[in-house]
Design a binder for this molecule. Structure first.
Ligand SMILES: [Mg+2]
Length: 387
C-alpha cells in the first residue's frame, strides 16, 4: 500500500526538485508586423518547476531580441544550463532570494528570469490555494479592458483591420506606426484608421522606436495630432531617454515609454528626466513579477501611470501579466493580447476574454489549465533539469 502524499502547504519548505525547460513554437492566426520585425509564429520557452512534495508551477519566457537582448534559442540554453540549476534545492517560497541567486549567475536575461519567477509565484499561490493576484496586492478591479493591435501595413490594410476590431467589440485600437523615412505616410495610416473607426474609438499609437530621432518623432507626432491619438508610445530609440523627454516637452503629447524602460533603475531615470507620462510594464523586459512590482512602485511614486503589456505570449505568461494588472491600482490599461492572437495555445486564458473584457477566474495560482498534450505537440525539445 502506498503512502498518500500530503497536500502541499506553504507552512513547510517547498523545495525545488526539478525544472523542465520546453521550447515551443506556437502558430499565429496571422503574421504580426511592427516597426522592427515581422513575426510568422511565436517562439517561446515554457518552464515547469516541481518541488520534492509534488507542488508545481508553470512559467514562460518570451524573448524579443530587439528589446530584451535575448533569442529563443539563447533563452532555452540559459534556462537549461545556467538558471534552472541555480534553483535546485532552493525553497520556492523565497522568491526574492531566487531573484538574487539568478542575478548572481548571469547579468541580464530578463525573459529567462521572468519564466522562473512566474513559476515560483504560481507554486506558492497554488500551495496557499489562492489566485496569484492575492500575492501581488489584491484584486482592485473586477475585470480588465483591452485594446486590439493593428500591425504596421499600408493605410487601407490597417484601416480594414481596425474596422474589424471595432466591429468585434473593441472600444480602443492600438496602431503600430514608426516609419523613419516617411512620417507623412504614418499620418496617412493613422488618418485612414480614424476614418474607418469613426470619432469615438480611442486610438493609441506605438512607434516602436521607428522614428528614431527626436526631430523625426516631433514632426510625425505633429502630423498625427489632428487624429487625436490617446498617447504616443516609444517614439524614439530606446536608449534616448533625454530625446524622449524632449519630444514630450516639445509636442505636449502624452508619452508612454516601453522599450526605453526595462527595469526599476531605468524607471527611476525616466522619472528623473520627466521623459514619460506612462510606462508599459512587461514581465519579459523587467525579469518577472518581483521586479515589476518594484518598477511600478517607482512609477507610481513619480506620478507615472502604468500599463501591463506583453510580447506575444501564450496563456501562461499572459495570465501572470493579467494578475499583476488586477492587483495594481496604478495600472490603468492592459494589452495582454497574446491568447487572442494565437491559432493554438498551451493553456486556456483565451476563455477569460469576451470582446474587450478580460475576467480572470479566482482559481489558485495563475488560474490557467495547461494542456500538456498541446505543449507536447508544439515542443521542439523537452529538457529535465534535476540533481
Ligand atoms: Mg510598445
Amino acid at each position: 500500500m502506498s503512502t498518500p502524499v500530503p497536500p502541499a502547504t506553504a507552512s513547510a519548505p517547498l523545495t525545488i526538485a526539478s525544472v523542465e525547460v520546453v521550447p515551443v513554437r506556437l502558430p499565429l492566426r496571422e503574421p504580426f508586423a511592427i516597426a522592427y520585425a515581422t513575426y510568422p509564429d511565436v517562439p517561446t520557452v515554457l518552464v515547469r518547476v516541481t518541488t520534492t512534495g509534488g507542488a508545481l508551477g508553470w512559467g514562460e519566457a518570451t524573448p524579443d531580441p530587439n528589446v530584451t537582448g535575448e533569442t529563443y534559442e539563447g533563452v532555452a540554453a540559459i534556462l537549461r544550463h545556467t538558471l534552472a540549476p541555480a534553483l535546485l534545492g532552493r525553497d520556492a517560497r523565497d522568491r526574492d532570494g531566487a531573484r538574487r541567486a539568478l542575478d548572481a549567475r548571469l547579468e541580464g536575461a530578463p525573459a529567462a528570469k521572468a519564466a522562473l519567477d512566474i513559476a515560483l509565484h504560481d507554486i506558492l499561490a497554488r500551495a496557499l490555494g489562492v489566485p496569484l493576484w492575492v500575492l501581488l496586492g489584491g484584486r482592485g478591479k473586477p475585470h480588465l479592458t483591452i485594446s486590439r493591435v493593428v500591425g504596421l501595413a499600408d493605410p487601407a490594410t490597417m484601416a480594414a483591420a481596425a474596422a474589424r476590431h471595432v466591429a468585434a467589440g473593441f472600444a480602443t485600437v492600438k496602431v503600430k506606426l514608426g516609419d523613419p523615412d516617411d512620417p507623412a505616410l504614418d499620418a496617412r495610416r493613422l488618418a485612414a484608421v480614424r476614418e474607418a473607426v469613426g470619432p469615438d474609438v480611442a486610438i493609441k499609437v506605438d512607434a516602436n522606436q521607428g522614428w528614431r530621432t527626436p526631430g523625426v518623432a516631433i514632426a510625425a507626432i505633429r502630423a498625427c495630432a489632428p487624429i487625436r491619438p490617446a498617447y504616443i508610445e516609444q517614439p524614439v530609440a530606446a536608449w534616448d531617454l533625454e530625446g524622449l523627454a524632449e519630444v514630450r516637452r516639445q509636442t505636449g503629447a502624452t508619452i508612454m515609454v516601453d522599450e526605453g524602460c526595462r527595469s526599476p533603475r531605468e524607471m527611476s531615470r525616466v522619472a528623473t528626466l520627466r521623459a514619460a507620462d506612462l510606462v508599459n510594464i512587461k514581465l519579459m523586459k523587467c525579469g518577472g513579477l518581483g521586479p515589476a512590482l518594484a518598477l511600478n512602485a517607482v512609477a507610481e511614486t513619480a506620478g507615472i501611470g502604468a500599463q501591463v503589456g506583453t510580447m506575444v505570449e501564450s496563456s501562461v505568461a499572459s495570465a501572470a501579466g493579467l494578475h499583476l494588472a488586477l492587483a495594481l491600482a496604478n495600472v490603468l490599461t492592459v494589452e495582454m493580447g497574446g491568447p487572442l492572437m494565437l491559432a493554438a495555445d498551451v493553456a486556456d486564458a483565451a476563455s477569460w476574454y469576451h470582446r474587450d473584457r478580460i475576467t480572470p477566474p479566482d482559481r489558485p495560482g495563475l488560474g490557467v489549465a495547461v494542456d500538456e498534450a498541446a505543449v507536447r505537440q508544439f515542443a521542439e525539445a523537452w529538457w529535465l533539469v534535476e540533481r
